[in-house]
Design a protein. Structure first.
Length: 183
């Protein structure tokens, strides 16, 4: 493993939620350490499926880069292109989806649904909203994309559309929509 200055560190990825092994060199025969779940890392180099990563403290290692989770770049500038979407319809859909989920939870808690019926009722239900001051990130499940809004406009930030296809959950991995967001 290498250690270098943390100057200029900007996380580009995080370790998957279950953690992952790391190697001193791109050689699967000798894993050296396990990385903590959701540890922020900077992907420095690709070599086949191997990713050379650096941590905030300067520590570096090789990992199976296919399993890293991409961290989105900064949101688009507020001068989004003309014709960007009005955020209100997507907010209304998210409110309805959340109400549907709440209703299913209440029915499950009251004994009106068993686990299988709850799964059936919530299958394919996806809601995502992050509000941070004037900024909002909302998931548009119909279009399979994350939208970013600054209070005035909503524009595509990242999309689920991927040549790689769906993961084991049946959902395609989110990819940045901006140029340079792909590996």
């Amino acid at each position: 493993m290498t250690v270098s200055s943390s100057r200029g560190f900007r996380a580009t990825h995080v370790v998957p939620p279950r953690g992952m092994p790391a190697w001193e060199a791109p050689d699967p025969a000798r894993p050296t350490v396990s990385l903590d779940p959701l540890l922020p890392v900077q992907l420095v180099e690709w070599r086949g499926d191997w990713g050379h990563i650096r941590c905030a403290n300067g520590w570096a290692a090789w990992v199976d880069g296919r399993h890293l989770v991409a961290v989105p770049e900064d949101p688009p500038a507020s001068d989004a292109p003309a014709g960007a979407a009005d955020p209100r319809p997507l907010l209304a859909r998210a409110e309805q989806d959340l109400a549907d989920y709440r209703s299913a939870i209440e029915a499950l808690a009251a004994g009106g649904l068993d686990g299988e019926a709850f799964q059936d009722r919530t299958r394919n239900l996806r809601v995502g909203i992050v509000v941070d001051g004037e900024s909002v990130w909302m998931y548009d499940a119909r279009e399979g994309r994350w939208m970013y809004g600054d209070g005035r406009r909503l524009s595509t930030y990242a999309t689920d559309r991927s040549a790689a296809g769906a993961d084991e959950s049946g959902h395609a991995p989110t990819r940045l929509a901006a140029p340079g967001g792909e590996r």
